[in-house]
Design a protein around this ligand. Structure first.
Ligand SMILES: [Zn+2]
Length: 163
């Protein structure tokens, strides 16, 4: 299975875990200061709507994070960064070529969501989590919004729910 086909398959399933770049676009990537992990992060082209975590041929197949300009300076930008960092820390980027089923892709997205919520919670960045929940609901991803909320409640004795 070719890498390109893998990426296209992912695009239909997971909003934050997709993308492909032309050589010209890759050449124009600008470094971005990602404060959530040490993974090399770049600002992608305008057409890159959100963010992705994947090995790029242009970076010698070292996994990187690429975030679209339109995903910067949003209320949930911190969540997007934490989520992509979690794909790396959870080693999802090396699992990707073996991902064949919708279930397994949904699984890694859920793992990254839970990891991101925990990471942001540890930093006290509740507003970023809340913004991500609101965004997920806005996008019609109600189950995802609920799971992010649940992962917070599960890890906090006092509970921290969102309305
Ligand atoms: Zn993701």
């Amino acid at each position: 299975m070719g890498n390109k086909k893998t990426i296209m398959m992912i695009a239909g399933v997971a909003a934050l875990f997709f993308g492909n770049l032309s050589a010209a676009q890759a050449d124009e990537l600008k470094p971005y200061q990602n404060t959530y992990c040490n993974v090399q992060t770049f600002i992608g082209p305008d057409s890159q709507k959100v963010a992705m975590a994947l090995p790029l041929a242009h970076t010698n197949n070292i996994p990187v994070i690429i975030v679209g300009k339109s995903a910067l300076n949003l209320p949930h930008t911190g969540y997007i960064m934490a989520h992509e960092c979690c794909h790396h820390s959870l080693k999802h980027t090396s699992k990707l070529p073996n991902m064949h089923t919708r279930e397994s892709l949904a699984q890694i997205e859920q793992e990254a969501d839970q990891c991101a919520a925990n990471l942001l919670q540890a930093r006290g960045e509740y507003k970023a989590i809340q913004a991500a929940v609101i965004q997920a609901r806005h996008d019609g991803q109600f189950a995802r919004a609920e799971k992010i909320t649940q992962s917070l409640e599960a890890s906090s004795p006092s509970g921290y729910g969102f309305e």
